[in-house]
Ligand binder design. Structure first.
Ligand code: FE2
Length: 428
């Protein structure tokens, strides 16, 4: 009798190709990237309607932990309550409009405005007003709680929506929890948290990560570690993805390298393989690495049973509409979040966070400090620096009278899909 070993796969990430929607072929007008008018429309119809990531849950683990985050002209205050729940408030005291918290994060048992010491509890209720009998309109305590914003959690993030009604986070995310559940982001630890002020529209930056057409030009080094041709693109209801084979070489090279390129050699070492022992072809490194990771998962203290072989090497690259890009690997995930500037469509805030899977036998690394830097003040690593240097030039060029709009190829169709979804919101 043959013993059947049942692999624990309660949920798996679907790998099959999604049907292609017909998204037309029109030029994407450049005004969506450059004008205050479109920026205002985006505020009214997009940013105030969608669900957005506020912070990691473990950035506010304890009662009274708080964190401030900005979206457009608004500052929001995310707070861990006594009941363990995360809540989001508009970060404004209802007395004279002062911001309740000025700093990025901290801990306090009550939320006291520094201007006149009006004090709110962790549920946002106004609990103390100095000289409260002095208000001719009446005691404000029952009327002036902090304004609460809808808040929910998924994937280890606290999400918020400025829309007081509308769909739930679960409805909004749609396929995402089903597709990405096997990676267990909630168990990953954040190891880098940087915000860069950047001179481009938020979509200029989002677009740069949703196509690999530019890889051969801006990132020539990656030709020796990714296949930027055989990329599966899937366009879903509002989110999309591409699956990029990693730890291989680009067919654009026109030949298979004879020697293991240095970048691939370093990647073999990083997973514990000795490149000197590798005797196969360069084009077989990817499957050798998958095999090695699968065989050694137990001794490395990780469980890959919910991931398919390709997920052990490749970038399952998801875009959660409108402004989240996830570079997802079996052992790490890099999240980009682009946030609009308060007033200028030619600027944005670019948040980069890196998260790692912590092996069962190892302690979690400490939470990194949040760094907020000007452009060029800090390197984000070679590849992201290459993108960052280029994007202000794209923005400048889009403002030229000579440029009309984006002329999009099939391999860039995630950008068209994103605009399709964007315009559904704008025209709603
Ligand atoms: Fe790039």
């Amino acid at each position: 009798m043959v013993a059947i070993t049942r692999v624990k796969q309660s949920v798996i990430t679907p790998a099959e190709k999604a049907p292609e929607p017909n998204l037309g072929s029109e030029l994407i007008p450049k005004q969506r990237y450059t004008t205050p008018e479109f920026m205002a429309l985006e505020w009214e119809k997009l940013w105030t309607k969608v669900w957005l990531v506020g912070c990691r849950e473990d950035e506010i683990p304890e009662t009274g932990d708080y964190l401030t985050t900005d979206i457009g002209t608004e500052s929001l205050l995310i707070v861990r309550g006594e009941d363990g729940k995360a809540r989001t408030f508009y970060n404004v005291c209802n007395h004279r409009g002062n911001q309740v918290k000025f700093d990025h994060s901290g801990n306090s048992r009550t939320l006291q405005c520094a201007y006149h010491f009006w004090e709110y509890d962790l549920t946002g209720r106004l609990v103390s007003v100095p000289d409260e009998q002095d208000f001719t309109q009446g005691c404000p305590k029952d009327q002036l709680s902090l304004k609460t914003i809808r808040t929910d959690v998924w994937g280890g993030w606290v999400w918020f929506s400025l829309d007081p009604e509308g769909e739930s986070l679960q409805e909004y995310l749609g396929i995402i929890p089903y597709h990405l559940g096997p990676y267990h982001f909630d168990r990953m630890a954040m190891v880098m948290n940087v915000t860069v002020e950047s001179d481009c529209n938020w979509k200029t930056s989002v677009d740069a990560f949703n196509e690999v057409y530019h890889v051969q030009c801006i990132h020539p080094e990656l030709s020796y570690t990714i296949d930027d041709v055989d990329v599966q693109i899937d366009l879903y209801d509002r989110h999309n993805r591409y699956l990029v084979p990693y730890h291989t070489y680009s067919p654009r090279l026109g030949y298979e390298p004879h020697e293991v390129p240095e970048i691939l050699s370093n990647q073999l070492k990083a997973v514990g393989m000795n490149p000197d022992d590798y005797i196969g072809r360069v084009g077989e490194i990817r499957s050798a690495m998958q095999d090695y990771k699968r065989r050694t998962q137990q001794e490395r203290g990780v469980d890959y049973s919910e991931l398919n072989d390709d997920q052990l090497t490749d970038n399952y690259h998801y875009m959660i509409f409108p402004n989240l890009t996830l570079n997802i690997f079996s052992d790490r995930m890099m999240l980009f979040r682009q946030r609009p500037h308060e007033t200028d469509p030619n600027k944005m805030y670019y948040d980069v966070t890196v998260h790692v899977r912590v092996p069962d036998n190892q302690p979690r690394p400490p939470m990194p400090d949040h760094e907020h830097v000007a452009f060029g003040e800090r390197s984000l690593g070679l590849v992201l620096d290459q993108d960052a240097v280029n994007l202000p030039h794209v923005q400048k060029g889009m403002n030229s009278a000579a440029f009309e709009g984006l002329w999009i190829s099939s391999q860039e169709r995630r950008i068209r899909h994103m605009h399709h979804t964007l315009m559904k919101y704008i025209e709603a």
